[in-house]
Design a protein around this ligand. Structure first.
Ligand code: AMP
Length: 138
């Protein structure tokens, strides 16, 4: 259980620009948007990172996320957007309650900027890593 500013928003103790709510999910406008329409979609379950989220809460987010994306697209008139979901301080998470950002990308300058320091995956590195991850899924 992690108590954050988002728990207080869920309980109605702090204001937000509420967009959608059901038993498991709340969506509202980000207070410091990267672009107009920047939306946060959060589970009501108070856990810090996605790996901790219950199947029910995950399913509820998955059910509504595309619909929220369509609403943001239609309302902003912007067809390009990013979904961002940060886990852990080193991964730029500031509020330790799971949240998905929907960030419209109206132009090259506005919206989310991404550093992408990609390096080609070597064959043996790929085999080793895939084997390790598959082993953890069993
Ligand atoms: P992250 O870095 O992924 O943890 O992002 C946290 C986000 O929460 C940031 O984009 C903040 O602007 C946003 N945020 C923090 N407090 C509030 C609030 N009271 N209402 C709406 N958005 C908030």
């Amino acid at each position: 259980m992690s108590e954050t500013i988002f728990s207080r928003i869920i309980r109605g103790e702090l204001p937000c620009h509420r967009l959608y709510e059901d038993e498991h999910v709340l969506a509202f406008l980000d207070i410091f948007p990267l672009s107009p329409g920047h939306t946060l979609v959060i589970p009501k379950q108070a856990v810090a990172t996605l790996d901790q989220l219950s199947d029910d809460a995950s399913a509820a987010i998955g059910r509504v996320l595309p619909r929220l994306c369509r609403a943001v697209m239609a309302a902003t008139g912007v067809s390009d957007y990013n979904i961002l979901q940060n886990n852990g301080a080193a991964a730029h998470q500031a509020v330790f309650h799971v949240h998905f950002h929907i960030i419209p990308k109206p132009s090259a300058e506005a919206g989310l900027g991404i550093g992408w320091p990609a390096q080609k995956l070597g064959d043996s590195d790929g085999q080793d890593m895939a084997e390790k991850i598959r082993g953890q899924l069993k």
